[in-house]
Design a protein around this ligand. Structure first.
Ligand code: FE2
Length: 398
């Protein structure tokens, strides 16, 4: 494993076109946004905040903005067969289409990205009314995914949106009894910690260079198949990080094994097309979040009990070696909740992975809490792979 030093940007943030202010939103194409909104609200505690559909003047798609902490999840469903999402849904099922970044000037960012080698996806356009303006422009990344750059003024500025202002013109607020329930019983998810892409065998380095060249990202860590594998299946991963560490985007490719890699299974059910494999959502209290999510019926990957026979020794030895306190959360509750633990030289982390969120074995969520550690749970990969292989076997995909 290596860690590359981040090169501090010499350009002041406000004038650096590639300076990413925030993850503006993550857009998923789904088959039925109205129903998916209730799934994510009921199981993960999102507020169903805003809506754009026929009733608000949106004639070709319905968009539901779900919010929790600083996470904005946009669920989009096409209303006509000519909408590009209609074909993508038949090819890929529900999944992530767009990882959008808030920037100071979407047009300048877009033009800089094109100069850096990006392919355009959507030309810049301005959506405005008397309250302000939202400028969007998009570039293509792996597979059918895009990055939209979003700059906002007036009432649509991001700080206003975070306080409840409309997301952009055509959106209206909605309320639902589930929102009230979620305010009383929070799941505690704060923001997107990282977002993992699966690409084809031999393509990881291509996309690593793409994120370096086009968006000025730097390599944070990398893992090879010796780190992340069993004798049967494996993957390789490199973690790309935005210049200001706003977001980390690990990129996986399958590694050869006796049986099928989980990355290959994703590709098989995703029309052999790269895409977002999981979204890691950060919490400050893993135990409280996972307990609430389990109560709501979230389906998590389960590990054999034997995992907990060895994990404390592994983790606490590492923490002691580097002068950190032992894991402070109750060990028995961690085991009861089936949470995974890992440690490195900087501290530890708690994490847990859901099963796929739709019928295809593609997109899933990770719930992660960091106590100093900035890595991704390398020590859990082997245990996790064994659990994943069990699941793949159940699906007849191993
Ligand atoms: Fe992850």
């Amino acid at each position: 494993m290596t860690r590359a030093a981040h090169t501090p940007s010499e350009v002041p943030a406000a004038t650096d076109p590639l300076h990413l202010i925030d993850v503006d939103h993550v857009r998923c194409y789904v088959g039925n946004a109205k129903q998916a909104a209730y799934f994510y609200a009921h199981t993960f505690g999102f507020q169903i905040s805003q809506l754009a559909d026929l009733t608000t003047g949106s004639r070709d798609e319905a968009d539901y903005l779900l919010t929790q902490g600083n996470i904005r999840l946009m669920l989009t469903t096409p209303l006509t067969k000519d909408h590009p999402a209609a074909e993508e849904l038949s090819l890929y099922g529900d999944g992530v289409k767009d990882v959008a970044f808030t920037v100071h000037d979407a047009v300048k960012t877009y033009e800089q990205a094109l100069r850096n080698g990006a392919e355009p996806a959507r030309e810049p356009r301005v959506i405005s009314d008397a309250n302000g303006a939202v400028t969007v422009a998009s570039i293509k990344t792996y597979g059918r995914c895009i990055h939209t750059f979003v700059s906002r003024t007036g009432r649509y500025a991001l700080p206003m949106v975070k306080q409840g202002a409309e997301f952009m013109p055509v959106f209206k607020h909605i309320d639902s009894p589930v929102n009230e329930h979620n305010r009383k019983h929070p799941c505690g998810l704060k923001y997107v910690d990282h977002l993992v892409g699966n690409v084809e065998l031999g393509k990881m380095d291509h996309w690593v260079e793409w994120y370096e060249n086009v968006l000025g990202f730097a390599m944070f860590k990398h893992f090879d198949d010796k780190d992340i594998g069993t004798q049967y299946s494996a993957l390789m991963s490199k973690v790309m990080s935005s210049g200001n560490n706003l977001i980390k985007m690990p990129i996986n490719e399958p590694a050869p094994g006796l049986k099928k890699s989980q990355v290959q299974e994703f590709l098989d059910w995703h029309d052999d097309t790269p895409g977002v494999q999981h979204l890691a959502l950060r919490t400050d209290d893993e135990l409280a979040s996972v307990a609430e999510l389990r109560r709501r019926g979230v389906d998590f990957l389960s590990l054999p009990d034997s995992y907990y026979d060895i994990v404390w020794d592994r983790v606490n030895t590492m923490l002691k070696k580097h002068g950190h306190d032992a894991v402070r959360e109750d060990h028995d509750r961690i085991k009861d909740l089936g949470i995974l633990v890992d440690a490195d030289d900087e501290g530890y982390l708690l994490q847990l992975f859901t099963k796929p969120l739709q019928d295809r074995p593609t997109l899933f969520f990770e719930i992660i809490c960091r106590r100093g550690s900035q890595s991704f749970g390398k020590g859990n990969f082997k245990a996790l792979f064994e659990a994943l292989e069990l699941e793949q076997e159940r699906r007849g995909n191993l």
